[in-house]
Design a protein around this ligand. Sequence first.
Ligand code: KG4
Ligand code: ZN
Length: 392
Amino acid sequence: MKILSIETSCDETALAILEANGGLAKPNFKILGTALYSQIKVHEQYGGVFPSLAKREHAKNLMPLLMQLIEDYKKNSTETHDGQFIELSSEQKEKLTTVFEREPELLEQFIENISKIQKPDFDLIAVTSGPGLEPALWVGLNFARALSLIWDIPVLPVNHMEGHLASVLKDSTNEINFPMIALLISGGHTELVLIKDWGQYEVIGKTLDDAVGEAFDKVARLLDLPYPGGPEISKLTKIARDENLESEYDLPRPMLNSGNYDFSFSGIKTAVLYLVKKIKEANPQENAGLTDVQKKMVALEFENAVTEVLVKKTKNAVDEYSARKLIVGGGVISNPHIRKTLTENFGDILSLPDFEMATDNAVMIAIAGYLKSFREDGKVFPEIRASGNLQF
Ligand code: KG4
Ligand code: ZN
């Protein structure tokens, strides 16, 4: 099965083409092309992702990315591509106008360029339908609907979080044993998920307030570090750990012993706010910020506190459900200290994605689409809707 996948739930515009084989028992994937545009630079000045801006950037970049992707796909693949060039009929143009009612710029680009692409031999278009920023999700969905209309290929809506879980399958050497526990840690999510089988997901715990990545970003802002703050904090703590610096400060470990799998990170952020205030007040020099050493110590204690909570809750879940595999997804798993601590604790059952698979990407959406195609065998989704709060 050849799958084209589209991901626009947040600030990455991502496309991929995968060849999938093996069914649910032994899924196996070959990546035939990827194209990705990250909007981080665009949102940096606002200190966070701005939904209407994200939507505009997706609309601007999807068509050029698709053209580049198809070119790469042709180069990478050994088969001949003799699909037809499609001349749009006026009826098709009319339908496209309805599909792209809210994306006039994309409509124009689409009509201008789609006839330059030979009809590809894809079997399925997998597209993220949620959770995420709704205006951003809609652009990807409408793009998928438009391609489906012109190329006559079915569209399958995919849950972004299932994508993060499924990303473990990219590496076919990863042995899959159920039950699995997944720890999903990103800028928008902090969840522990019990996976009894593909398609059987139960969220056993989640954050009651801020996501862990969000806490990293907010704490970074309190330390006057640029957005996104997670990588900046881990740069600081790396130096601190290399120097064997010990933090003089104490921060809470929220809900460490709550007896359930829920998390809370807003309290720790508030604790950092007060701590930073206290340090500044104690500074003899008026209006002076934190010194580099003070910043490093705050960052270190914050990272230690978060890691301790994540690891303990995960350990409880792995033990209680006798998990035979632990998978981790989401941008926060780029954090070297969290990676190292998880590896020390769960080495033999742990699968950690590399950076490209941990952050939002379209490869994981294609993989999740493949898994879902077996559950939805032949089902048609005429009315796909974006759902910002889509649950498992
Ligand atoms: O999964 P992701 O790319 O996007 C979504 O939120 O869906 O995750 C982005 C989050 C941001 O909050 C970012 O600060 C955090 O991941 N992050 C990190 C690190 N790298 C990225 N947090 C801590 N340490 C890092 N090295
Ligand atoms: Zn994500």
